[in-house]
Design a protein around this ligand. Structure first.
Ligand code: PAF
Length: 294
């Protein structure tokens, strides 16, 4: 039986809780989440523990209103704090920081926010304007409140991870940002808090996203266009899946150059709607001859 983590809801209590370990030279790890925790989040906690050793691992559970657009699922986003505490206890988390909205946003709407720059206009940003300003603003706040040495995020939200790395580097935040591998079901479905919106049939349909990424990776030695065409066809032919985008970029989300040599590392990223649920996924791949961008 694991020890229950300390549940903290206020800034002052959080600072007081972390003061002693920090004074003793302990490293502090943070796993920012919006709750509805699953094995994917649990793997981030394990990664944080491996990094900080005996130092405190903090998991934040906060459904950030600033990253939801009008008509998105802010109201129905699952809130499961009791179950979340159990997942955290199981992974030896020391502190769960679950603040109310006013504790994170004493002024709403906030007057100072983070401008994520042009990378936020691509991919997710096309249909979710303002989303990454919301993500980076809350991540900056959480990093300021917890002041961790290391913060662990999942690669499943790949564009988010790239932007958070850039936030930490550009604003000299002095935190190490770790991107942990996506955890998948045995059939390939990437774990996501939003999977719980899917019924059994939709869940089967959702497998098309991972299938398409695998197709892209398999076709990648034949070049960028071949990989894109094969992967897009896989989703377009799939029943019950409405493709939003399927793109292949460099790992930093820049376009693959026309003259990129064989062996160029890239990332395939997909977003699609299954019923009313929007899902995303991505996979690394290595391109053969590129023959230009599509
Ligand atoms: O990935 C998430 O759960 C959220 O976008 C994050 C990073 C916790 C910010 O709210």
């Amino acid at each position: 039986m694991s020890a229950t983590p300390q549940l903290v809801t206020g800034r002052a209590e959080l600072a007081a809780t972390l003061a002693a370990p920090r004074r003793d030279g302990a490293r502090v790890g943070l796993v920012p989440t919006m709750g509805a925790l699953h094995e994917g989040h649990a793997s981030l906690m394990t990664r944080a523990r491996a990094d900080v050793g005996d130092g405190p691992v903090v998991v934040s559970v906060f459904v950030n209103p600033m990253q939801f657009g009008p008509g998105e699922d802010l109201d129905r986003y699952p809130r499961t704090l009791d179950a979340d505490l159990e997942v955290c206890a199981d992974r030896g988390v020391d502190v769960v920081f679950a603040p109310p909205v006013e504790e994170v946003y004493p002024v709403w709407p906030p007057s100072v926010t983070v401008d994520p720059g042009p990378l936020a206009d691509l991919l997710e940003g096309v249909t979710r304007p303002g989303h990454f300003a919301g993500v980076l603003t809350v991540v900056a706040k959480l990093l300021g409140l917890v002041r961790p040495d290391v913060a662990v995020f999942g690669q499943k939200d790949y564009q988010q991870l790239v932007l958070i790395r850039q936030l930490a580097a550009d604003l000299c935040l002095g935190v190490e940002v770790v991107g942990a591998e996506t955890v998948r079901e045995p059939d390939g479905l990437a774990l996501s808090s939003r999977n719980r919106y899917l019924d059994a049939e939709q869940r089967r349909h959702a497998l098309a996203l991972h299938r398409a990424l695998r197709v892209a990776a398999e076709a990648a030695p034949s070049g960028l266009s071949a990989a894109l065409d094969a992967a897009r066809a896989e989703v377009r032919d799939a029943v019950g899946v409405d493709l939003d985008y399927l793109e292949i970029t460099r790992p930093d989300l820049s376009p693959v150059p026309r003259d990129a040599p064989a062996g160029t590392e890239a990332r395939a990223l997909v977003a699609a709607r299954v019923g009313t649920t929007r899902l995303i996924d991505n996979l690394p791949l290595v391109l053969g001859h590129t023959g230009g961008t599509a």
